[in-house]
Design a protein around this ligand. Sequence first.
Ligand SMILES: CNc1ncnc2c1ncn2[C@@H]1O[C@H](COP(=O)(O)O)[C@@H](O)[C@H]1O
Length: 409
Amino acid sequence: MPAFSFLSSWKASLLTRRRYFFLLGSLTTLVLGSISGILLLRPFSKDSPNQEEDEKRRKNRLKKFCVDIPKVELHSHLNGSIRNATLKDLLSDLSVPIPPTLQNPDSEESTRTLSECFEIFPLIHLAVSTTSSLRRVVQETLIDFESDNVIYLELRTTPRTLDEGKVGKREYVDIVLSEMKKWVEDKDTKLIPRLIISIDRSKGVKEARENMGIASSLFKMGHDYVVGVDLGGNPTKGSFKEFKGLLEQVRTEGMKVTVHAGEVDDLEEVNDIVAFRPDRLGHFLCVDGGVWEKMEREGGDIPIEVCPTSNVMTLGLKGLGEHPILERLVKEGYPVSINTDDKGVFNTKQSLELYKVAETLGLNEYTVSGLVWGAVDLVFEGNRRTRARVARDVMKGIKSRLDKIEAGG
Ligand SMILES: CNc1ncnc2c1ncn2[C@@H]1O[C@H](COP(=O)(O)O)[C@@H](O)[C@H]1O
């Protein structure tokens, strides 16, 4: 074999060997790289589904806890609580076309601005304009709250005439009360229903006087179910000042008073309401530092009825995280109750409102319990024994659910 051919064959074999080593090296790098990559990534790829699972489990447990525990609901409008199916049913019975805002109320994305809400209420009133439809709405509302484990419910409503004027306002209230009474007598139920009689501020002082007259006469008769009065209705209509005297009057008779405040930007009115010092405030959204200072100076905290979904929708917020006062109230331990407002209109329920608050503020089962327990103290119920019963049942229910969680259930 000639020298050069040996050389060339050696070079060739060197080349082959280099290629071989290069290939081997590359392969080793690839294999080791892959192994170390797998090892490095393993904790993430293994833990990430677990983390997701844990998070899902935590959320489900919290959601179930919010459903299971006994609760109190203090701000709920009767006609706004109508089931969407019932509303559609009643409207179709009357051959009234269903408007687009009602087409898909069950959608998660459904939103309702303040003005849209106040367009829906006349439609609901049109649908619920007979004795039988009113009875149906009361019954279904009690069923819905009971199935969500609400054990004490203050339902509020504005007296109206029914059956084309044949049934008067006082009879309207009597129908609501008789349905509540029947509920308690007929059923082995834990739900205690109570009534707050409302003034709709858009309807003027004359109507308001009639409503307060009905409330006052029932209260003087010692009716157990009538626990207070409310000023509500479209906040862009009328003013608190017009109704202040009437509210003052029923208050001196011993009735509890709650007032919708600060749903729209009107600081002068909010200051007037705070100066009046109702027993509770509804919503209380558009307020400034001066209002809080005034409240502090003139007697301290007035309990607030928060209605999370309603507040988000009527203020046009992106989410509950943008709620103007919720976080501060809850974190500072301010006296608050969490409510539905209009469970039909806002497509919600008490447990869901509670869960949304918990998720937004990072509360767990213990802090949620504190929130629910705190609301028990704010009920308008005048009978001490009934109040004690509600407190005992809420505490018992919370304790048994927390015990279960601690036992790993
Ligand atoms: C959105 N936030 C709110 N702010 C103010 N008032 C409200 C309300 N939601 C409901 N109502 C009041 O409750 C009535 C419906 O129930 P009732 O017929 O009384 O049972 C509405 O017409 C309005 O006056």
